[in-house]
Ligand binder design. Structure first.
Ligand code: BGC
Length: 735
């Protein structure tokens, strides 16, 4: 076996680019402009005092009263601010920068993630559309609203891969898969940038793999896995032009990333060639003391700078300690200069200086609320995932008879998630009840009962009324929601079931005996095993945003067909996590029998696999063909398949391509996503979908993190989920 192993060390960027990566819409300044920027930065730095240089590395959060901060900006000791949202304050800060000796403009950043004013579905829902273009459009709209105000940087996208739904921040990412995650990382960076904001790809790296799913906890990740699974979205974001990268809070293999030179300087800056700014996360330099790698803030400052952290977000470590450390010779001046050079270079590249060689930053024209809403609706429509639909219970039609809509969430007009719209009047939002009433109210009876005292079902309200409505109806639609405060940062869960009394309500409704449609608003995969047994249909609606309930009513009534697919596995129980379709094989492949990989008290398979999602029609796959039976390690292959709409309704299907390398020097995942395309098909319509794979797309990483293309047999699977069973194969040869 070993004799067959031939390592081909490729340029890392070539080997791991997503197949469909496209150039950034805001290309980096030309070579000539770059040279001019370098000259200008050198000239500017030659005029800077040490204190002014350190000011450029200082990144505090707005604190009231802010007159002191304005004065510090005027002194050139604050070069960047976060959380300034009010346009008056934003102008005051840029005016203060203009009044400083060197007039260096500020980076002004907020977490414009899925909302500025109109709230979009959360990013996990963007990924569930499996249409990166929609994510790009969403990001662009959010950026255009945000940039109008004077903000120039967003702390997004979060592109951490995670196989652990206990970790609350899966709501901000694109799920478990590096290929899907890379496509969405690039799309989101392109969108925010197109909309006028610089981006912060975060959190480099391994933040999505905390032990126990506990936020901020450490991760143990081999170099090979780091490059195979966690780094690809960052490469995609860099390739798409992200100006900044945020380091993660946690330890990786025992060393906090904020003090981890091997990760930040050797890998991110040198190996991946990232030339922009690396910032710490909020107070992360200070927290090196909590991690036990620094005795005090001064030591934390030295370690972070040495690791390659250019910007100190809110720790005041650089502000307070770098000047004296540099004067005492404890910190090389070259390290400070290198960080300052990066900050100034990015500010020139962004066009913040009036004499920026690539042109001055242009803020895109204001966008109408109608078009932001239309984009938010388009994203929501395609994000809902129909997990189950026995007996074609959905869509709701006149034949469904009287419908009982139950759940306080059906009255809700705001989202159960973090980072809401920034300080503006709440946009008008239609509730699910109103949206359904206007669609089916004229053809059939829609009964309604809140059932719960709050949208997240923490306690009952008129349970008897809910049961009476169910008895009087032919179909029950129960809306459940993950507890409002338990998705997002610092929101890890040890239990992934329905919260509060929602499970109890479902049990009681199931006793009534009418078919139940369960609508689940959630920020993460939940363990719904017991719940799904009691219902006929399950629709995952995520947290759908301002236009989301209208879109949900459209999909529930069949005006729009559901077309979302899971970007993350839904486990049967918490004990199964971390869980992924892309696990490695084991010595005893999981069959469910004793002495095979699995549990004595749980099935080895997930409740719903990655990539799963139904439509109101059905699709059949046939005629899987590869263009050639073999390809060399510099070759390409085309794989094509026919997909047919075999039902009676129009629909969209996400055609997914997976590969498995059968024999290699390392165990290779049971399946790896290598291509996907969403296609629209009318009833009876057939289409041929083509994927092109380069041998380089099949590379994995060795113990040193070097890409390897190893000759051998690859199985190919094509279908509508990660359990696709239409199978073919091809060989990769040495030459
Ligand atoms: C989060 C970051 C966020 C930052 C600034 C931190 O707690 O981890 O993702 O961008 O705060 O708000």
């Amino acid at each position: 076996m070993r004799s067959r192993l031939i390592l081909l060390i490729l340029l890392a960027s070539l080997a791991t680019l997503p197949a469909h990566a496209t150039p950034s819409p805001s290309p980096a300044p030309s070579r000539a402009a770059e040279a001019e920027i370098a000259t200008k930065v050198s000239a500017l730095m030659a005029r800077m005092t040490l204190a002014e240089k350190i000011g450029q590395l200082n990144f505090p959060s707005l604190a009231f009263p802010y007159e002191d901060q304005l004065a510090t900006v005027r002194q050139g000791r604050i070069g960047n601010m976060l959380n300034v949202v009010n346009p008056v304050h934003l102008r005051a800060f840029q005016d203060a920068a203009r009044a400083s000796r060197l007039k260096i403009p500020l980076l002004l950043a907020i977490d414009a993630i899925h909302a500025f004013h109109i709230t979009f579905p959360t990013p996990i829902a963007w990924a569930a559309t499996w249409r990166p273009q929609l994510a790009q459009d969403a990001a662009e709209m959010i950026a255009r609203q945000t940039a109008q105000n004077g903000i120039n940087l967003t702390f997004a996208p979060m592109i951490d891969i995670s196989r652990d739904p206990r970790w609350g921040r899966v709501i901000e990412g694109a799920g478990e898969d590096p290929f899907l995650g890379s496509a969405f990382a690039a799309a989101r960076v392109r969108g925010y940038r197109k909309g006028g904001l610089a981006t912060a790809a975060k959190h480099f790296v391994g933040y999505g793999a905390p032990e126990g799913g506990r936020d901020y906890n450490g991760a143990q990740i081999s170099l090979s896995e780091l490059f195979d699974r966690y780094i690809p979205p960052f490469e995609a974001a860099i390739d798409a032009g992200t100006e900044t990268v945020m380091a993660s809070f946690n330890t990786v293999n025992g060393v906090p990333v904020t003090a981890n030179r091997a990760l930040i300087t050797d890998i991110l800056k040198e190996r991946l060639g990232f030339e922009g700014i690396v910032m710490s996360d909020f107070a992360a330099i200070y927290e090196l003391i909590n991690h036990g790698v620094a005795g005090d803030l001064a030591e934390a400052a030295r370690k972070a700078l040495n690791a390659g952290i250019d910007l100190d977000m809110t720790s005041k470590a650089y502000e307070r300690h770098l000047e004296s450390a540099a004067r005492a010779g404890e910190v090389p001046a070259a390290e400070i200069d290198a960080a300052v050079r990066r900050v100034l270079t990015v500010k020139y590249r962004m066009g913040l200086f009036p004499d920026s060689p690539g042109g001055v930053r242009k803020i895109p024209s204001p966008v109408s609320e109608a078009s932001v809403r239309a984009t938010a609706r388009a994203v929501a429509r395609e994000s809902f995932v129909l997990l189950k639909n026995d007996g074609a219970t959905l869509p709701i039609t006149p034949q469904s008879g009287t419908v009982a809509l139950i759940g306080a969430a059906a009255l809700a007009t705001s989202d159960h998630s973090w980072y809401g719209p920034a300080g503006l009047k709440k946009p008008e939002t239609e509730s699910l009840r109103d949206a359904l009433e206007s669609r089916i109210g004229t053809t059939q009876d829609l009964l309604f009962a809140e059932g719960f005292a709050d949208p997240c079902g923490l306690s009952f309200k008129d349970k008897a009324g809910a049961l009476a409505a169910a008895r009087a109806a032919n179909l029950v639609v129960l809306v459940v929601a993950e507890d409002c405060i338990i998705s997002g940062e610092a929101a890890s869960r040890a239990d992934l079931g329905l919260t509060g009394v929602q499970g109890e309500m479902l049990d009681a409704l199931a006793e009534v005996g009418k078919p139940i449609v369960l609508v689940v608003e959630t920020g993460r995969p939940l363990a719904l095993t017991e719940a799904v047994e009691k219902v006929a249909a399950v629709m995952v609606a995520w947290h759908p945003g301002t236009e989301g309930r209208t879109a949900l009513a459209e999909v529930l009534t069949g005006e729009v067909a559901p077309s979302g697919k899971l970007p993350m596995t839904f486990p049967r129980s918490v004990g199964q996590v971390p869980i992924s379709y892309g696990d490695l094989p084991t010595s005893r492949p999981a069959t469910g029998d004793r002495y095979t990989t699995g549990y004595v008290d749980e099935k080895p398979t997930p409740l719903y696999p990655f990539g799963h999602g139904l439509s109101y029609t059905t699709f059949a796959y046939s005629d899987l063909k590869t263009s050639v039976p073999t390809m060399a390690r510099n070759g390409r292959i085309e794989i094509r398949v026919d997909v047919t709409n075999t039902g009676t309704r129009a629909g969209h299907e996400v055609v997914q391509l997976y590969t498995r390398q059968l024999v290699a020097a390392r165990s290779r995942p049971l399946r790896e996503l290598k291509g996907f395309e969403k296609v629209a098909l009318k009833p009876g319509q057939r289409r041929t979908v083509r994927f092109t794979l380069a041998a380089a797309d099949l590379a994995y990483h060795d113990d040193e993190g070097r890409p390897v293309i190893e000759p051998g047999t690859f199985d190919v699977f094509v279908g509508g989920s990660s359990t696709a069973d239409l199978e073919g194969s091809f060989e990769v040869t040495e030459d």
